[in-house]
Design a binder for this molecule. Sequence first.
Ligand code: NAD
Length: 279
Amino acid sequence: RRLAEQVALVTGGASGLGRAVVKRFVAEGGRVVVLDRSAARLRELTEEFGAAVAPCEGDVRSLASNQAAVALALSSFGALDCLVANAGIWDYGVPLAELPERQIDAAFDEIFQVNVKGPLLAAKAALPALVASRGSVILTLSNAAFHTGGGGPLYTATKHAGLGLVRQLAYEFAPHVRVNGVAPGVIDTDLRGLAALGMEMCSLHDLDLPAKAEARLPTRQVPTPDQYAGAYVFFASRQDNVPATGAILNYDGGLGIRGLAQPRGGDGLPALYNLPEPA
Ligand code: NAD
């Protein structure tokens, strides 16, 4: 149990990737405060994990919500060892040319508030407790923190900004608090769109990503949220994560090494070695 006795705060931990991180942290012996805007999903978490999870309903755009979540970690579990700033929304890839002029201000503000101001405020609220515990921060970034086409300009800019936050905060918090990032690729989740664009009820799940993965990803597989969670355990573990701060794990199915002519070069290897084709 690599996180025994450790206390984490996971924002957006009631669904998708964040929920998988919560589940894995609890399995590794940790206790977790979850800050999320979905009261119904927070109730499901409490039913599943009992006293190991303390739910905190709130909005990551508010400093008061982030402060309440940190206070809950201290009052319920006595410390805070790791902040996972994970809550996010997507722009459904709307290109600049198609962003309606009337909504552009509100759309920009909404996505930057959730994806960039959210982690900034969470780090601000958690810093005293993390300095006291010599803890760590992990930001959920994205392939869109490095590459184009993982969203439109709004989402891509927020995730590039998240990369800047990881680096600047790693500098400012050293040597007391480590700050790292996980940059996942495609995940089949309920990731929602911007209310300012009328997309708050859109769910990424409806895009049927697993079926499209073979053609697009070098690994030919869309990992489940659970399969991404190990990266967070690694960065949260005091035992394993001694050297890393300001580091990003590109955890994206190989998006950054796609070839020009075809996404991967090794499709013929099993045949070359007379091995069965992988499922
Ligand atoms: P999700 O919608 O399943 O989970 C996000 C959670 O954040 C939800 O529980 C939601 O209620 C919460 N949330 C959203 N806005 C909030 C707010 N203002 N205040 C409080 N809680 C809020 O989506 P997910 O895919 O698990 O997304 C988690 C993170 O992973 C996001 O940062 C996203 O950008 C990133 N990501 C997702 C993918 C993907 O393909 N799904 C790929 C790369 C990165």
